[in-house]
Design a protein around this ligand. Structure first.
Ligand code: SF4
Ligand code: SF4
Length: 82
């Protein structure tokens, strides 16, 4: 609310990426396609990927289609508050 008209210039900053832990198989496909090497990290302890630095996510959505279990979900922030 009160934030209209900015979408075209703020898309990259308007995305958060979330990983549903229980669905992640640790296949690393998302890390392989992610253009930023800062967003996602693999944990040897949990054998899953986690979000390391969400602010580096460009919102390209490349990770979503390569995840076979639908564990990784880029989401527009504006939808989180609805
Ligand atoms: S592509 Fe999906 S299942 Fe594979 S590591 Fe990434 S989030 Fe986990
Ligand atoms: S949306 Fe793009 S930049 Fe963000 S985590 Fe997925 S592949 Fe990486």
């Amino acid at each position: 609310m009160g934030h209209s008209g900015k979408l075209s210039t703020s898309i990259s900053a308007g995305i958060v990426v979330k990983i549903v832990d229980v669905l992640c198989t640790g296949c690393l496909h998302c890390i392989e396609v992610c253009p930023s090497k800062e967003v996602l990290r693999y944990s040897a302890e949990t054998k899953k990927v986690f979000v390391h630095d969400v602010d580096k996510c460009s919102g390209c959505f490349a990770c979503e289609p390569v995840c076979r279990t639908n564990a990784i979900r880029p989401i527009f922030k504006k939808y989180l508050n609805m």
